[in-house]
Design a protein around this ligand. Structure first.
Ligand SMILES: C[S@@+](CC[C@H](N)C(=O)[O-])C[C@H]1O[C@@H](n2cnc3c(N)ncnc32)[C@H](O)[C@@H]1O
Length: 254
């Protein structure tokens, strides 16, 4: 990873929000000749298929497992509208019991994006989720970064919430915070290694994007592409990564 940091074409759904994740995931999938005819992907907590549908459009077969019936209904509509319904399916289920709905060891790839922040126990959840991944299978984890919330709250003038997030061991910005926890880069790596992953890369997602002033992207036609390139260039630099809104970890199951 990291050898080619030129953005691959990002589908419009991803826009600025997930361009780094999309680029890195595509690079990891494209680099593996075993996936040339399509990988079997399980998207745990995949919601309405924002990632599942474009992955299916690349030829992969994706199972989204999510507890929300509404999200799964939206997934079904989105897959049908995009013409990939035959390669996308939804299953109601939970990360902590993924093997109840997906055969153990059957997945080439597991996505666990923006889910570890909301489950009861991230280590137990991830351990259970990994049961469905074959040995050496690819695992992509996206999680909220505890440092970013402090900066975001402070920049929006919510200094007490910033202070709370800075002091809280779970990185929560007070009791009304919708997330149960956030991770520092070393915490996410330690969690991944503790459940049996070999970590290949850790990147910051949206180092700058969420800080850009409204209107800055409309300055000229190249601004969005330039910001994407900037994000990719900075994503693995520890100083910049430390402040990214999210952290993207790629690893494989040992
Ligand atoms: C913030 S959304 C993320 C959706 C998608 N993965 C993404 O990155 O855009 C969190 C998703 O996790 C799902 N979720 C919540 N608790 C879960 C659990 N215990 N196991 C699996 N998914 C869960 C929610 O229903 C929701 O679709």
């Amino acid at each position: 990873m990291g050898s080619n940091r030129t953005p691959s074409s990002v589908p419009s759904w991803a826009s600025q929000r997930l361009s780094t994740v999309w680029h890195e995931l595509r690079q990891a999938l494209d680099a593996n000749p075993e996936f040339a005819d399509g990988a079997t992907v399980v998207d745990a907590g995949g919601g309405s298929g924002g990632l599942a549908v474009p992955l299916a459009a690349l030829g992969h077969t994706v199972v989204v497992v999510d507890p929300s019936p509404d999200a799964l209904a939206a997934l079904e509509r989105r897959a049908a509208e995009s013409g990939v319904a035959e390669r996308v399916s939804g299953q109601q289920g939970d990360l902590s019991s993924l093997a109840d709905v997906v055969a153990p060891g059957s997945a080439d790839v597991l996505l666990c994006h923006a889910v570890l922040e909301v489950v009861d126990d991230p280590a137990d959840g991830l351990t259970a989720g990994l049961e469905v991944v074959r040995r050496d299978g690819l695992v992509s984890i996206l999680s909220a970064n505890r440092h970013a919330v402090v900066v975001a709250r402070a920049l929006s003038g919510r200094f007490a919430a910033a202070e709370a997030a800075l002091a809280d061991p779970d990185g929560r910005a007070g009791p009304a915070d919708r997330l149960l926890r956030r991770f520092a880069p070393d915490e996410l790596v330690a969690l991944a290694e503790s459940v049996g992953l070999t970590v290949h890369s850790l990147s910051g997602v949206r180092v700058f994007t969420d800080l850009v002033a409204a209107g800055a992207l409309d300055v000229d036609v190249d601004a969005r592409a330039a910001l994407e390139r900037l994000e990719l260039a900075a994503a693995t630099d520890p100083a910049f990564r430390a402040l990214a809104t999210q952290l993207h970890l790629l690893g494989s199951r040992r």
